[in-house]
Design a binder for this molecule. Structure first.
Ligand SMILES: Nc1ncnc2c1ncn2[C@@H]1O[C@H](COP(=O)(O)OP(=O)(O)OP(=O)(O)O)[C@@H](O)[C@H]1O
Ligand SMILES: [Mg+2]
Length: 359
């Protein structure tokens, strides 16, 4: 099966798709009517994934995940049949490289040859695609900086099969970090200054530094809310479900609260250090005018109180919580307060729902 489409083809086309962010903790669904300034939230919902059914970006228990997705579709009743989803993890390689071609067709024709130099898998085992970052303007030297994207076929096929299985058509299979960038562009339009988008899920965190609608640096980091719940368990002796509940809803038990707060602060400080290292790496490999001036946090774990302050202290950058719906209207059946309360967790799903197809 051909990889339906990766970021370079996006943005040219005009009908929205159903955004499905299939995470290891929850599936998030967003459907818009219209595009650009007319975009309106028509459907929104989320459903929990059973424990360990999705691990390291791979669907380990397809029947269970399909059952959850079917139930979510049943609840939300989306009208669009073409769905966009995204993948991340060890099986997806995103690498910024410079290729000696100036023309898009030429890049496409030579992509496999270029990919072989960088991809640590057999080339027959991957789908490859690219996303143009910058073209060289010089007369003598024709070159283009691209994000090379290579994704293991078996992983892409797992997600495409799941979408077929529930009666939808896979329109776009994106990469998490690029879907996040798309959500930001949709929410802020042509904002020019570079920002770091950080989406903290359950098992991993996507970082995407964007400027003027272009991705400058993209990386996944191996931390997330699941780790936080485990840390609370270790510090308090609570079981996983209790620890998860205390993490999300807090507790009136003062002694317990103190232990939970101390454990969370310690781990989140380590996350901030890891993020700072990634941002320092990005800084060393980019121009002075490409340095991020702000961090925007999203993902379910970004809802944790105080995380923005710890990240700001750890990285030295101002941190804001990202609301992908900030400039959007809601349909009459949709509660705007509900959308607001879960907005950061819906960032990727929103970015995916903003992917359009030509139909
Ligand atoms: N209010 C809250 N406070 C703190 N953590 C929260 C809150 N709500 C959700 N979470 C945590 O957010 C995580 C889920 O976020 P999200 O839905 O973005 O993950 P995911 O996309 O399914 O995971 P991944 O991308 O890592 O596969 C869980 O660890 C959950 O406990
Ligand atoms: Mg996620």
């Amino acid at each position: 099966m051909k990889l339906p489409s990766l970021p370079k083809k996006m943005g040219r086309r005009h009908r929205p798709t159903l955004g499905l962010d299939i995470g290891s903790h929850a599936i998030k669904l967003v459907e818009f009517t219209g595009t650009g300034a007319d975009r309106t939230i028509r459907r929104i919902g989320r459903a929990l994934i059973p424990d360990k059914a999705i691990m390291d970006g791979s669907i380990k228990e397809p029947e269970k995940v399909a059952a959850v997705l079917k139930a979510l579709l049943n609840n939300c009743q989306p009208r669009l049949r073409h769905a966009s989803t995204s993948i991340a993890g060890y099986s997806v390689i995103v690498k910024k490289i410079t290729v000696p071609y100036g023309d898009e067709q030429e890049i496409e024709d030579n992509l496999i040859f270029e990919a072989e130099k960088y991809v640590p898998f057999e080339i027959e085992e991957v789908y490859v695609d690219f996303h143009i970052v910058e073209r060289s303007n010089s007369e003598e030297e024709r070159s283009t900086q691209i994000f090379l994207v290579a994704a293991k076929r078996e992983i892409v096929d797992e997600y495409a099969t799941l979408i077929h299985e529930v009666g939808l058509t896979p329109a776009v299979i994106d990469v998490d970090a690029f879907a996040l960038g798309n959500a930001f562009e949709g929410a802020f339009g042509g904002i020019s200054e570079p920002v770091a988008l950080v989406d903290i899920g359950a098992q991993k965190t996507n970082l995407n530094v964007v400027s003027n609608g272009t991705s400058l640096f993209a990386r996944d980091m191996a931390f997330g809310g699941y780790q936080l719940t485990e840390t609370i368990q270790e510090a308090t002796g609570l079981n996983f479900i209790e620890a998860e509940r205390v993490k999300i809803a807090g507790t009136r038990d003062k002694a317990l609260y103190k232990d939970v707060e101390a454990a969370c602060n310690q781990l989140c400080t380590l996350w901030a250090e890891e993020l700072k290292k990634a941002l320092d790496f990005c800084r060393h490999n980019s121009q002075p005018d490409e340095q991020p001036t702000h961090i925007f946090l999203s993902g379910g774990a970004a809802l944790l109180g105080g995380l923005d302050r710890l990240f700001s202290e750890g990285t030295g950058l101002p941190v804001k919580i990202f609301d992908p719906f900030r400039s959007l209207k809601t349909d009459k059946d949709i509660d705007p307060e509900y959308c607001k309360s879960i907005a950061p967790q819906m960032a990727l799903a929103a970015g995916l729902a903003m992917r359009t197809i030509d139909r």
